[in-house]
Design a protein around this ligand. Structure first.
Ligand code: EPU
Length: 421
């Protein structure tokens, strides 16, 4: 078990470069299973979720080369059907994309149920609803999902999701790309990584339109050829560094971002007192005055992301006045970090979906535990803003999704180190 040790209080100044988007990478890498050829994927983040996924794909017979740290070449030309290693599959959430990708490529799938961050109940009934609509016969046990073509075979169809699920939208796209006929996903999720997956598949020869709106149309094609594709920058990693500057103070240029993807976050941080200047592919964030209270409600994109809930909550803990933070995607997400923040001096009352955060003068260093990825990132921000020394334990959660976190914060002037227990 490793921890971060943070001596708080240093302002953050300088430049930070954002890595490729985790939640795009973990869908695009399995999508390579659909490609009967070689694909070169650039701007792949070097994080533990991606490393596990690449090991799973290699175990499934994919030939993988890494010519550079952020470039992965995958060759699925003569791929034979192989079940992914169940032990590895249960290590991450995004392994559910292997279901759609296997069904799409081989017409059948047998994949262990996913693991990953367990900050809430995370059912996959909408993924299964999609697979059933595409003609699959689905056998679900406590540990596995097994799929085969049903009586009428696999075919395009209309899939109306009960909620705009990111995972279900992408899984249906993966399963439908190579099926005969047209698939229409209604009430589709609109997050930037949905568009990125569609762009990747289209670059490889798919016919997908409407990604980024709530109706996505997929005209099935016979095969996908190889090609080259670069993953978008990580909206949430960028937002995390911006929240850190907002909480701690300083002046940082956040580069390799798509400012449009950041609008829902920048407007709230501005409301709290940060000054933000947008450039073509970078954002300067400056915070030197007192933080102001805010009201934030998380929503699917283009709303304020649930994956930024914990980081903005840290800003609220030291803002003047009483802030309100409402979660509308995962109700139980507060429990991953609010108690930890309280042990650092924060004043947070949780009532159902809403946390009422009464700003305090300052946070104080403490030993706290990361219970999931974003909760861990928030505790790092809290440690950077706090007076004294903070130890964040269980940082393997943070390393799932943040590349070079220590180096990036150190370059901005923070005092943070990794302790191997
Ligand atoms: N839901 C269902 N049934 C389903 C699918 C979802 O009830 O079949 C519910 C969920 O319980 C939740 C809501 O629908 O209340 C939205 O879930 P969604 O399917 O959109 O989330 P996900 O695909 O499991 C992805 C990200 C999460 C991010 C959410 C929301 C990946 C691998 N994970 O999860 O990312 O919080 O979308 O944007 O892409 C993270 O990066 O820290 C993270 C948790």
């Amino acid at each position: 078990m490793a921890s971060y040790e943070i001596n708080g209080g240093n302002l953050l100044n300088g430049t930070v470069t954002i890595s490729g988007a985790k939640n795009a990478a973990v869908a695009i890498l399995p999508a390579a299973l659909l490609v009967s050829g070689k694909c070169r994927i650039e701007n792949v983040p070097d994080i533990s979720d991606v490393r596990i996924l690449l090991e799973i794909l290699e175990g499934m017979g994919v030939k993988i080369y890494k010519p550079e740290r952020h470039v992965v070449e995958l060759d699925c030309t003569d791929l034979q059907y192989t079940e992914p290693d169940p032990t590895q599959v249960t290590q991450l959430r995004a392994s559910y994309y292997l279901m759609g990708a296997q069904l799409g490529r081989f017409g059948k799938a047998h994949v262990a149920l996913p693991g990953g961050c367990n900050f809430a109940a995370r059912p996959i009934d909408q993924h299964i609803k999609g697979f059933l609509a595409l003609g699959a016969e689905v056998d679900e046990t406590d540990n596995y999902i097994a799929m085969e073509p049903g009586e009428n075979g696999l075919h395009g169809n209309r899939v109306s999701l009960d909620m705009a699920s990111v995972g279900a939208t992408m899984n249906v796209m993966l399963a439908a790309t190579l099926l005969p006929g047209q698939t229409i996903i209604e009430n589709a999720a609109k997050e930037p990584h949905i568009v990125d997956l569609a762009n990747f598949l289209n670059t490889m020869g798919a016919r997908i339109t409407g990604a980024g709106t709530d109706t996505i149309k997929i005209k099935g094609v016979n095969s996908l050829k190889g090609g080259c594709y670069a993953i978008i920058p990580d909206q949430i990693e960028a937002g995390t560094y911006m929240a850190a500057v907002t909480a701690v103070g300083g002046n940082v240029l956040v580069q390799n971002v798509i400012p449009k993807h950041m609008e829902c976050i920048t407007s709230k941080l501005e409301e709290m007192g940060a000054k933000i200047i947008n450039y073509d592919d970078s954002i300067r964030i400056i915070r030197n005055g007192r933080l102001r209270k805010a009201t934030v409600k998380t929503r699917p994109y283009p709303g304020f992301p649930t994956d930024m809930q914990a980081q903005v909550c840290v800003c609220m803990t030291i803002a003047g006045g009483v802030s309100r933070l409402t979660e509308s995607v995962y109700e139980t997400r507060f429990f991953g970090y609010c108690t930890e923040l309280e042990s650092m001096g924060a004043n947070i009352q949780i009532n159902g979906k809403t946390a009422t955060v009464s700003g305090v003068e300052r946070l104080y260093g403490a030993t706290v535990c990361a219970h999931d990825l974003r909760a861990g990132a928030a505790l790092v921000i809290a440690g950077l803003a706090a007076e004294g020394t903070t130890r964040v334990e269980d940082i393997h959660f943070v390393e799932r999704g943040y590349e070079d976190l220590i180096d990036k914060f150190t370059a901005l002037g923070a005092e943070i180190s990794r302790i191997e227990d």
